[in-house]
Write a protein that binds this ligand. Structure first.
Ligand code: NAP
Length: 522
């Protein structure tokens, strides 16, 4: 178990009586029924999660004339990733202009790459100005979704029930923290904290800090705290390639231009998006591409130029190809790890003891704080929520081996249920906001078919999903992610669980659903 929700006891199946359903809808008349009478259905929606994509869903649904929207958020605030990941140094290595909603450019970004707190402020600002908060039920986790008589019946952690026509799971990919299986971890006598559930009361200044992991979270934290601590031990199991990337502040003049002319920001958003799509996504999709070679050369040069000590440099040199693991971007990690307070520990961890971490060479690294920068269980998605479709089709069965989906948004046998940033989508070094916007535009077109009365149920066909998955797996073998390294991209078979084609192709397929790939029934 990795997150508080994973400890939740299995919820007993709920008998959803007609009385319960009636209690959740208008006493006068079910709005869906009223809409049906006029030939156009007033659909109701449950959005699960009030992070970046849940906020997006609510805004876009309203924009399209849907008004019956409830957002369920298990935390006590919105912002998802950016509310939970508040470790020192947290930032987004996707340019802030691109890591923004296309419809809400933000002239106030302070830097090219925004810090986590600034992104959270931005999301809160967008949610407030679009009236999203009023639809959110905070502190309420959806534990079950049962499809009964053509509608989704939800049960929450507070025991409440809701009935809706359509569910949008906006629950995130990098959400459930992964805890390392290290002997004695629970015996540590100091403070222990996972980066993805950061506790701001954890002391940093003048402390002896140990960080386990060398992913993006660890690298950002090392750079942020090396000169604040008494001693920093970075426990590296695998070295990382690091792409150098400066992060200058926007000047007052630039900010003024952004404020005066929002079109400048829109153009910049589009230009950076193209640059990412043409540069990065095309490169990683073909391990032998010129783009990949350029990325590799930049990472090698960064290591050679930044680390003076030959022995340290070699311990920091990965033995796999750059971008095989999710590329780490940092202007200052190498200088931080060379700080007199910092030590790179490459002897494997043997165990954790009350005083610190013992490595296999027998040395005890005494610590006050142990940081687990050990990543996420990326195959969980909206689980442990139980989703039961028609004919007792259970998501837990469908995903027992691994999660799959049609184009990462829909699961066969589970109608009127859509995911944002679901399994096998474009993850990697992209703007997940841009991904979610494209996916939601696609989902809206399907939902509009229900509203128009053309059908009442939409589900991806098994055939289309299997074809998509088989082609995806084949293409994934050519990507740089499959060139021989351990990473969270790889599924239980070692196949990259990601969109393996270009971002342009993703844009194209998201532009309009292929109706042949869906059952439109009812
Ligand atoms: P991660 O990339 O999965 O890294 C986890 C680290 O923990 C790895 O270095 C791993 O070692 C190590 N680890 C795990 N279990 C261990 C064990 N038992 N003993 C020793 N080491 C262990 O996690 P993350 O850094 O949180 O990043 C996850 C993803 O979040 C990123 O790849 C990125 O997509 C996203 N992220 C983005 C940003 C951003 O700026 N946009 C910032 C932070 C995170 P191995 O490498 O040997 O497996």
């Amino acid at each position: 178990p990795a997150s508080p929700t994973d400890f939740a006891p299995a919820t007993a199946p709920v008998l959803l009586t007609a009385m319960t359903a009636a209690a959740m809808t208008s006493p006068a008349m079910d709005p869906a029924e009223a809409g049906r009478e006029s030939g156009r259905r007033n659909l109701s929606f449950a959005v699960i999660g009030a992070g970046m994509s849940g906020i997006l869903s609510s805004i876009k649904l309203r924009e399209h004339g849907y008004t019956d929207i409830t957002i369920y958020e298990k935390a006590d605030g919105l912002g998802g990733t950016w509310r939970a990941n508040t470790y020192p140094g947290v930032a987004c290595d996707v340019p802030s202009v691109l890591y923004s909603y296309s419809f809400a450019p933000n002239p106030e970004w302070s830097h090219r790459f925004a810090a986590g707190a600034e992104i959270l402020d931005y999301l809160e600002g967008v949610a407030t100005s679009n009236g999203v908060q009023e639809s959110i039920r905070f502190g309420e986790e959806v534990v079950r979704c049962d499809f009964v008589d053509g509608r989704w019946h939800l049960e929450t952690s507070l025991g409440a029930h809701g009935v809706v026509d359509v569910v949008i799971a906006a629950t995130g990919v990098l959400h459930h923290p992964a805890l390392p299986d290290i002997e004695g971890l629970a015996s540590f006598g100091g403070r222990t904290a996972h980066t993805a559930r950061w506790d701001p009361t954890v002391p940093i200044d003048d402390q002896r800090i140990g960080i386990i992991g060398t992913g993006s979270s660890a690298i950002q934290m090392v750079a942020a705290i090396a000169d604040r601590v008494q001693a920093l031990s970075l426990f590296q199991r695998t070295a990382q390639w690091v792409m150098p990337q400066e992060n200058p502040a926007y000047t007052e003049e630039e900010t003024r231009v952004f404020r005066d002319d929002p079109a400048v920001m829109t153009t910049l958003h589009e230009d950076i998006s193209e640059m990412f799509a043409n540069g990065f996504s095309n490169a990683v999709g073909d391990a032998e591409s010129d783009g990949m070679r350029m990325i590799e050369a930049a990472c090698v040069a960064n290591l050679e130029d930044s680390v003076a000590d030959v022995e340290l440099r070699e311990r920091l040199r990965p033995d796999y190809r750059a971008a095989c693991k999710r590329l780490v971007v940092s202007p200052d990690f190498y200088s931080a790890i060379q700080h007199p307070n910092a030590e790179l520990v490459t002897d494997s961890i043997q165990c954790v003891e009350p005083e610190g971490v013992r490595t296999v060479d027998g040395r005890l690294h005494e610590l006050d704080v142990l940081v687990l920068a050990t990543g996420f269980r990326v195959d969980r998605f909206m689980r442990p929520m139980e989703v039961v479709g028609p004919d007792d089709t259970r998501l837990s069965d469908l995903w027992a081996r691994r999660p799959t989906a049609y184009m990462s948004i829909a699961v066969p046998g589970i109608p009127n249920f859509f995911m944002l940033n679901g399994p096998n989508g474009p993850i990697g070094n992209f703007s997940l906001i841009e991904v979610a916007e494209l996916q939601f535009a696609f989902i809206l077109q399907l939902v509009d078919r229900i509203r128009s009365g053309e059908c009442s149920l939409v589900s991806a066909t098994t055939r289309a999903t299997e074809t998509f998955e088989a082609t995806r797996v084949e293409a994934a073998k050519k990507t740089v992610w499959a060139t021989g390294c351990r990473s969270w991209y790889l599924d239980d078979r070692g196949v990259p669980a990601a969109w393996p084609w270009t971002f342009q192709r993703f844009r194209e397929v998201m532009a309009e659903p292929n109706v042949d790939d869906f059952h439109l029934t009812g």
